[in-house]
Design a protein around this ligand. Structure first.
Ligand SMILES: Nc1ncnc2c1ncn2[C@@H]1O[C@H](COP(=O)(O)OP(=O)(O)O)[C@@H](O)[C@H]1O
Ligand SMILES: [Mg+2]
Length: 273
C-alpha cells in the first residue's frame, strides 16, 4: 500500500472533563473517497475541526505524506492543502459568485499582479470552474450567491477548493439539505474531485449516498471508531445497523416482525409507536 496522504494515529480530544474522541486512527489516500458515518453527536464535526486546524487534539499524532504535522490553526491546515466545505457550502448569499469564489483565498498571493480585486477575471474563473463541474446554468459571475440552489452552492465551494489546489477536500454533510437530483449532482462532483487525485472526506448520515461514492468507510459511535472497512466489505443493512448502534435497529425489526406474525402479515400502524 502507498503512504497515506493523511494519517491519524490515536487521536483523542477532550473539552475539559468531557472526552469527545477516543483513539481515532484513520488513513486517507489520494484519489479516494473516505466516508465518515455516524449519528448526531458521534464526534464527526469535532474530528473535522481537528483536521481543519480549528481544534488541536488532546493526544495523538497526524502525518501528511509520512511527515508529522501539527495543524495549530486553520491557516496551517489550509497551507497543507486541507480544504473544508461546511454544510450549505459556507458561502455568502449577498456576495457575487466571482467575489465569493476568491474570498479568503487571497488572490494577491497566488496571482502576483492582482493588487486590487480583478472582478472580470474573478468572474470568468469562477464561471469556468463551475462549468468544469457541470454547473452550466451560471454564465454570469456578477450574480449573487443567494440566487444559487443548494447544490450549486456546494458546487461553487467545491470548485473553489479544487481551483486553489486542495489535496484533501472535507465535505460536511454536503447532500443533507438537497433534493434527490441535486444530491446526485453533488455526488457526481465528488467523483470528479476524486478523479483529479484529491482525497475526499465525505461526512454523511445517508448510507445510499455514502455507498454511491465511497471507497473506504469509517463509522463513529460515541467518539470511537466502531468500524473501518472498504467498498464491498459490508452490505447496506450492516452499515445502517452499525450507524444506529446495532441493537436499536434489531429491536425494532423484531418488534415489527412480532406484530406482523400476529396480525395476518400487516405492519403495525404508525400511531402504535
Ligand atoms: N466545544 C465543546 N465543548 C464540549 N463538548 C463539545 C464541544 N464540541 C462538541 N462537544 C460534544 O462532543 C460530542 C460530539 O459532537 P460533534 O463532534 O458535533 O458530533 P457530530 O458532528 O457527529 O454530530 C457531542 O456530545 C458534543 O456535545
Ligand atoms: Mg456535526
Amino acid at each position: 500500500m502507498t503512504t497515506p496522504l493523511l494519517k491519524l494515529d490515536g487521536i483523542n480530544k477532550s473539552f475539559g472533563p468531557v472526552d469527545v474522541l477516543h483513539d481515532i486512527s484513520l488513513e486517507v489516500h489520494a484519489g479516494e473517497v473516505l466516508c465518515l458515518l455516524g449519528d448526531n453527536g458521534a464526534g464527526k464535526s469535532t474530528l473535522i475541526r481537528i483536521l481543519s486546524g480549528v481544534h488541536q487534539p488532546t493526544r495523538g499524532t497526524m502525518m501528511m505524506n509520512g511527515q508529522p504535522v501539527a495543524f495549530t490553526s486553520p491557516r496551517v491546515a489550509s497551507d497543507h492543502g486541507i480544504s473544508t466545505v461546511h454544510q450549505f457550502g459556507g458561502t455568502f448569499p449577498l456576495m457575487s459568485i466571482g467575489r465569493s469564489f476568491f474570498v479568503g483565498a487571497e488572490p494577491t498571493k497566488r496571482f502576483g499582479p492582482f493588487e486590487v480585486f480583478d472582478r472580470k477575471t474573478a468572474n470568468e474563473i469562477a464561471v469556468r470552474e463551475m462549468r468544469e463541474l457541470g454547473i452550466t446554468r451560471i454564465d454570469d459571475g456578477n450574480r449573487l450567491v443567494g440566487g444559487l440552489s443548494g447544490g450549486e452552492r456546494q458546487a461553487l465551494a467545491i470548485a473553489r477548493a479544487v481551483h486553489f489546489g486542495a489535496s484533501v477536500l472535507i465535505l460536511d454533510e454536503p447532500t443533507a439539505a438537497l433534493g434527490v437530483k441535486e444530491a446526485a449532482h453533488v455526488l457526481r462532483i465528488v467523483l470528479q474531485a476524486r478523479k483529479k487525485g484529491i482525497a475526499v472526506i465525505f461526512i454523511t448520515h445517508n448510507v445510499t449516498h455514502a455507498m454511491t461514492v465511497g471507497d473506504h468507510f469509517a463509522v463513529l459511535i460515541r467518539g470511537a471508531k466502531a468500524a473501518d472497512f472498504r467498498k464491498g466489505e459490508k452490505t447496506r443493512e450492516e452499515i445502517t445497523d452499525l450507524m444506529a448502534g446495532g441493537e436499536a435497529m434489531a429491536e425494532l425489526e423484531a418488534e415489527i416482525e412480532g406484530y406482523m406474525a400476529t396480525h395476518d402479515g400487516h405492519p403495525p400502524p404508525v400511531a402504535a409507536a
